[in-house]
Design a protein around this ligand. Structure first.
Ligand SMILES: Cc1cc2nc3c(=O)[nH]c(=O)nc-3n(C[C@H](O)[C@H](O)[C@H](O)COP(=O)(O)OP(=O)(O)OC[C@H]3O[C@@H](n4cnc5c(N)ncnc54)[C@H](O)[C@@H]3O)c2cc1C
Ligand code: FES
Length: 278
């Protein structure tokens, strides 16, 4: 973002829209008071709510040269509940962008395989929007997205509409269904690693990007390895508890690495040997 050179001073922004996506998750569209929202997919901001505190969150949108950006936020605790209590016109602060983001320049020209579980769709939606802005720069993009159940699937209609594009393949799956019907043409019932097992890819010509709940990571990495993916071709977005967001406090340590400044996106080969990394 532009307008300040201190990483600890928030930019002020206004909520221009908040759209419920599921029972506990909403999409917040923010407009900066001044400056341009410039960031890479996979980077994150520290979002503060007056008298509520601050939390790390990755944009769900791709920077478009304007002053607006979107965050998909699940209500889990104190600060995220504060944010959810605000409607349009509500004021928030933003510090950032922080971290590295996905290596979009390196990914150009190749096939892209996005693997999202649950709320992990948020930063991968940012990457997807980024790629689909200039799809001719990539050989193809496949998004495999698993949610707990149909009601918890975020951005479903938007993704199905985007999947009409030639270079974009969408595979959706849910862990289970209750009473709601599932259209088997666009969504299967089963776990994401099992869906991945059956997919046709060219591992040597593909970059894989994973974001989701931590228990999913080891299973997806194992499936990718059995499909023939080298560790270097797998990118994982990790979440750790963060405070400063800029490499000062060590709250987010991951062995010798810091999730906030060395990540949050890591090549699997860089974190493979670190206990508790995934
Ligand atoms: C790089 C990064 C990107 C993130 N992107 C998003 C996003 O796009 N959307 C979103 O909704 N959330 C995202 N998060 C998680 C978000 O930061 C936490 O949900 C938030 O800090 C919770 O704050 P709280 O005060 O509401 O909850 P708290 O009261 O602090 O905690 C409530 C519950 O959430 C868990 N929790 C808190 N912080 C984290 C965390 N960092 N990672 C995992 N679990 C946590 C706690 O263990 C506890 O069970 C991201 C986190 C990181 C590090
Ligand atoms: S959050 Fe402070 S060092 Fe990473």
């Amino acid at each position: 973002m532009t307008g300040s050179d201190s990483s600890m001073i928030p930019f002020m922004a206004e909520i221009v829209a908040s759209t419920p996506l599921s029972a506990d998750t909403s999409l917040f569209r923010l407009r900066l008071d001044q400056g341009i929202a410039d960031y890479l997919p996979g980077q994150f901001f520290q979002l503060s709510v007056p008298a509520g505190g601050e939390f790390p969150v990755s944009p769900a949108s791709a920077a478009d040269g304007g002053g607006e950006l979107e965050f998909c936020v699940r209500r889990v605790g104190q600060v995220t509940s504060h944010l959810h209590s605000l409607g349009p016109g509500g004021r928030v602060g933003l510090r950032g962008p922080f971290g590295n983001g996905f290596p979009v320049a390196e990914m150009a020209g190749a096939q892209i395989l996005l693997l999202a579980g649950g709320l992990g769709i948020a930063p991968l939606r940012s990457l997807l929007h980024y790629i689909l802005r200039e799809p001719e720069r990539y050989a193809s993009v496949t998004l495999m997205y698993g949610a707990r159940e149909p009601a918890a699937m975020l951005f479903r209609d938007e993704l199905v509409a985007l999947a009409r594009q030639e270079r974009f393949r969408l595979l959706l799956t849910v862990d289970f269904v209750r009473d709601e019907p599932v259209d088997g043409r666009v969504c299967t019932v089963g776990l994401l690693p099992a869906l991945l097992r059956g997919v046709k890819v060219e591992p040597a010509a593909t970059w894989a990007a994973i974001c989701g709940p931590p228990p999913l990571y080891a299973c997806l990495v194992a499936e990718l390895a059995s499909l023939g993916f080298a560790d270097e071709r797998i990118f994982i977005s990790l979440e750790r508890r963060m405070k400063c967001g800029v490499g000062h406090c060590c709250h987010c340590a991951l062995g010798q690495l810091l999730c906030c400044s060395d990540g949050p996106v890591f090549r699997y080969s860089a974190i493979k040997g670190i206990t508790g990394a995934i």
